[in-house]
Design a protein around this ligand. Structure first.
Ligand SMILES: [Zn+2]
Length: 433
């Protein structure tokens, strides 16, 4: 009996030993989140011969709106933020019966870290503060990668993987444009290659690198949507709190091609209809009932019903033409699974727009807007202060809408991935969880 026991102990020890050795030989994973790097830009770099230690980039389709907070939240698997952006309108009930108050400013946007930022191992705060004082391009690229390399080579690493978030790629994209961002990445490539070699020398393991970007960008000088005049002409009033049926609220958090408007209950779809006729607006959305979304464009109106248990969407064209030209997918069956609709619509200009629109109300944030607006390509929502800033610095790219270029971030890895396309949640399930 004793001999059997010894034998068992010996076998277990050997098995554990082998497992232990294997775990150590497995590549160590470094996930680098780059804010706002488009699939198109990285593919262009790759096709130009860069990043050949990596596999070809895979697109990641952002949720709606195609902006940072909702998408990083899903990529990192953390609870949603209060709203789409730091500066927003919060729908609280006042004693006098009026609704809501404006929250935050551009300063909040730059200084309060969102939930997802807190769980990255390599935090951008120190780096970003440093970046504010230096130039965007060369110095900053080298500064963060030096700090990151130092940490990976000298500090005790977390068991699972190491995560780093680099926000300044989005800033470069907005302020300096596509070419500048490509130059930035050319510098990063060499450094990462060195880091992989040094890591192997130091730790005796391969370093697998996974790039992930949360949304894309459309490179242009944007035009701002003038919504105030047409809304005023129709009897609506821009207000700081909502008292009357035709009061609406809007906070411009930054220059983005997306907007969240707020109305009193039951007024949402009237405002959405009106918004859809404004110059530069592609679609406006409201949710008249739970899990039902209406989409308005200049030429038509569609209602989508979502079944979260069956993971399906049911389609109804209420009037005119389909805002995204997606009616063809619902000719045979009015109800499709999310996956079927994803596959059918992915190659259109507005991939997966009907489910992403629902996500904008029910997944993206804790406190959804009354009306969500997705502008036409090249148009943005902003305010006077930001417009003056734009005149000073120049804005070179935008994102936020349903539109494909603005919606496609990417995943790029040094080892093979079997996915052909990612969503923020599927990336979380495969790499972060
Ligand atoms: Zn951005």
């Amino acid at each position: 009996m004793l001999r059997v026991l010894w034998l068992l102990i010996l076998i277990s020890a050997t098995v554990l030993g082998i497992l232990g050795v294997q775990a150590e030989n497995k590549p160590y994973r470094l996930i680098i989140g780059f804010d706002g790097v488009s699939y198109g830009l990285m593919t262009e770099l790759y096709d130009g011969g860069y990043f050949r230690e990596f596999q070809r980039p895979t697109p990641l389709l952002a949720t709606f709106p195609s902006i940072s907070d909702p998408n990083w939240t899903l990529i990192m698997g953390v609870p949603p933020e209060d709203s789409y952006t730091k500066a927003h309108f919060h729908m609280i009930q006042h004693d006098d019966g009026s609704l809501g108050k404006e929250v935050g400013t551009v300063i909040n946007h730059l200084t309060i870290p969102p939930n997802y930022e807190k769980i990255f191992n390599f935090k951008p705060i120190g780096v970003i503060q440093h970046l504010m004082t230096v130039t965007w391009s060369q110095t900053s690229a080298l500064y963060w990668i030096e700090s990151l390399s130092k940490k990976l080579l000298t500090e005790k690493l977390p068991h699972k993987h190491y995560t780093a978030l680099i926000i300044n790629t989005d800033i470069i994209s907005h302020v300096s444009g596509k070419k500048a961002l490509m130059e930035y990445f050319k510098k990063i490539e060499k450094r990462l290659s060195h880091l992989r070699k040094d890591f192997k020398k130091e730790h005796g393991r391969e370093l697998e690198i996974v790039f992930v970007s949360d949304h894309g960008a459309y490179y242009n000088n944007p035009i701002s949507v003038d919504f105030e005049k047409p809304l005023k002409a129709a009897g609506w009033k821009w207000s700081k709190t909502l008292r009357n049926s035709k009061d609406y609220a809007f906070v411009a958090p930054e220059i983005i091609s997306f907007a969240a408007f707020y109305t009193r209950p039951k007024e949402e779809c009237d405002l959405a209809l009106l918004m859809s006729h404004i110059k530069g607006v592609q679609t406006s959305l409201c949710s008249p009932q739970k899990d039902k979304i209406q989409f308005f464009s200049k030429n038509g109106r569609v209602e989508i019903s979502i079944d979260t248990h069956k993971r399906t969407l049911s389609y109804q064209l209420l009037s005119g033409e389909d805002p995204f030209g997606h009616d063809v997918f619902f000719k045979k069956a009015r109800t499709l699974t999310w996956q079927e609709y994803f596959d059918l619509s992915f190659d259109t200009n507005y991939p997966y727009a009907y489910v992403r629109g629902w996500e904008g109300f029910y997944i993206a944030v804790k406190n959804p807007a009354s009306v969500l607006v997705s502008p036409e390509k090249g148009y943005v929502f902003t305010n006077l202060t930001l417009e003056i800033l734009t005149a000073l610095s120049g804005i070179k790219s935008t994102h936020g809408s349903f539109e494909k270029e603005e919606s496609l971030g990417l995943v790029m890895t040094t080892s093979k991935s079997k996915e052909e396309v990612f969503t923020p949640s599927s990336f979380y399930n495969q790499y972060v969880k």
